[in-house]
Design a protein around this ligand. Sequence first.
Ligand SMILES: Cc1cc2nc3c(=O)[nH]c(=O)nc-3n(C[C@H](O)[C@H](O)[C@H](O)COP(=O)(O)OP(=O)(O)OC[C@H]3O[C@@H](n4cnc5c(N)ncnc54)[C@H](O)[C@@H]3O)c2cc1C
Length: 412
Amino acid sequence: MDLIIGAGITGLSYAAYTNNDYIVIEKDDQVGGYCRTIKQDGFVWDYSGHFFHFQDQAIKNLIFSGINADDVLTVTKRTQIKYKDRLVDYPFQKNIHQLPQQEFIDCLYDLFQNPVKDYSTFKQMLYAKFGKSIAEKFLIPYNQKLYACDLDTLDVDAMGRFFPFADKEDIIANFKTNPATSYNATFLYPKGGAMEYVHSLCRHVDMSKVCLREYITHIDLQAHVATTNKRQIHYDNLISTMPFPALLTLTATPFDKSLYTCNKVLVFNIGFDRKGLEVNNNWIYYPESKYIFYRVGFYDNIFQKDRLSVYVEIGYKEDQPIDYEYAFQRTLHDMQLAGITTPQHRVVSHNTLLMNPAYVHITKQMEQDRARKMEQLGNSDVFSIGRYGSWIYCSIEDNIKQSKNLASQLSR
Ligand SMILES: Cc1cc2nc3c(=O)[nH]c(=O)nc-3n(C[C@H](O)[C@H](O)[C@H](O)COP(=O)(O)OP(=O)(O)OC[C@H]3O[C@@H](n4cnc5c(N)ncnc54)[C@H](O)[C@@H]3O)c2cc1C
């Protein structure tokens, strides 16, 4: 029997793909993990912005199997950066020609003035590949706000394929691209929110085997026995999607905690009584420190609604105390400062979420340690997968692929 810990996208997709008998243990009172939706006072909000690009047709078929095609929006992606008094198209590095002339010249000059060939940190890579001006005007302040850490502590590939790389030729070519054609990327979004994907996935899972409000408190690797708050469970394989450091703790595997760090993201979903001033973008990036948030997303522009409905994301160090009331009042203040709302806008509904962990800090040392520990656990039939189980940066499509591969490897 396979014991699956966690009923997020990863745990549920493993259950959907495996031929083995299984049980899913989920500590929360609902399935979905971070892929969940809140419906409140006529507003539809996810656990922060969750938008999907599925490349793999089989995965797309699985995830859409329970959703009516009419209930999924194909949304043209429109994202910009609030840079000083203007909005610049994203990604910044490809749109420096939209800056004031002197700043454009600085960025262009520095782009071609980068003698550094050797770099070993994320921050050094930003300087080396894009030059001082692009790095310091957007890439460093924005990512520092998001990751809530010194970017010199992160690996060059900290963001993997999610970092929008552009070489000099791309950047120059983009100067003459018609904005209408450069905006051709789209994403999918169910009208009922990201949770619709989870409901769809659940149709392929035996839900009588999903146990909510139950959590793992100890794992005996030798005996293949997991203890929960309710019972002891004997397993053949244990598939864990809980954060990797938590698994190491529950299996009594000694580890260096300082290697496994991450940020946490405070999310405010806020509904207002009227349309906001931003009627075009799906989301906007805010690199400047005068704004408490690093990103604000506009559900009302995605759903074409007439009341402003936003998600606001604020990055913190994982152990940093949060003053929620201060953060909320600062958010409302900074939304006016950023030109999103006016003093006349009234909040009619809101909710607060803390995503912890949110973005894990990737370093070479951590990756080496993680690979050794994964191998060690694998020898005891314990497999740690998912965004936090693998302690990586990835999308839900990656989570489903990983589950599918492991299920086929372990299926008897
Ligand atoms: C701010 C933010 C924005 C994102 N936006 C996107 C996006 O636009 N598109 C996209 O594709 N992806 C996005 N992601 C990534 C996406 O959310 C994750 O890849 C995905 O939800 C991870 O699913 P999971 O099942 O691996 O983990 P989780 O969703 O974390 O599920 C793990 C489950 O394990 C349970 N659990 C933990 N410990 C225990 C225990 N001891 N016992 C029992 N159960 C336990 C938890 O309650 C949880 O339900 C975003 C992530 C963040 C943080």
